[in-house]
Write a protein that binds this ligand. Structure first.
Ligand SMILES: O=C(O)CCC(=O)C(=O)O
Ligand SMILES: [Mn+2]
Length: 204
């Protein structure tokens, strides 16, 4: 019988209709999540990008960095990111993720939420260079933040929230980007820093 109080040691499917989302709260990254968080905050050349939304320019409410194989640049919301070369720490994490998901990734977007005021608006990762059914593996480090899923098919459906805790792995596949938006809302209460890494495959 399954122990209700044990933390699952593998990716488990989240019951979200017309989507394929898997979550593992306690993923073995090879290093303690706090150590990885500190190193990534200190060693990443973070940028705050201006983005175009509905014809107006804003500063993104978080910091970003894009790493990947040479030539795999990525465009969204009017910005184009050229990849930085892979670092040892990111290759280590990628290796663990690839084994756990049985997938290959050639790039990773790092997002740094400095505190509770940083956020990411609801969006789908549906750029054409990600293919028709993007597989995206997301590692979270630092403050727990809820990831909100909002159906694009049925607007009456209540949003579903998954708390992404430090050291967790989330995998989105299949029709998830087609049928849902997802995002990280600002929070009212003070929170410490969080770094999220989304491993992706760029086809181009
Ligand atoms: O910070 C997160 O958990 C979400 C990141 C995300 O959706 C993205 O990078 O596209
Ligand atoms: Mn996303």
């Amino acid at each position: 019988m399954r122990d209700l109080f044990s933390i699952p040691k593998k990716l488990e499917r989240i019951p979200l209709q017309n989507a394929e989302v898997y979550y593992q709260p306690d993923f073995d990254l090879g290093f303690p999540p706090d150590l990885l968080l500190r190193r990534l905050i200190d060693e990443t050349p973070w940028r705050q990008e201006n983005i175009n939304v509905w014809g107006r320019t804003h500063q993104q409410p978080r910091l970003v960095a894009w790493y990947g194989d040479a030539g795999k640049s990525y465009s969204y919301s009017g910005i184009k990111l050229d990849p930085l070369p892979w670092t040892e720490i990111l290759l280590n994490i990628r290796d663990k993720i690839e084994r756990a998901t049985d997938l290959n990734f050639n790039s990773v977007l790092l997002n740094f939420y400095r505190d509770n005021n940083d956020s990411m608006g609801l969006h789908s990762d549906d750029e054409k260079e990600l293919g028709s059914k993007p597989s995206i593996a997301s590692v979270s480090l630092g403050a727990s933040r809820p990831l909100t899923f909002k159906s694009k098919i049925d607007f009456r459906k209540k949003p579903v929230k998954i708390i992404l805790r430090s050291g967790s792995l989330l995998l989105m596949k299949g029709d998830t980007q087609h049928n849902y938006k997802h995002g990280i809302a600002k929070e009212r209460q003070a929170l410490g820093p969080r770094v999220n890494l989304t491993f992706r495959t760029i086809f181009s």
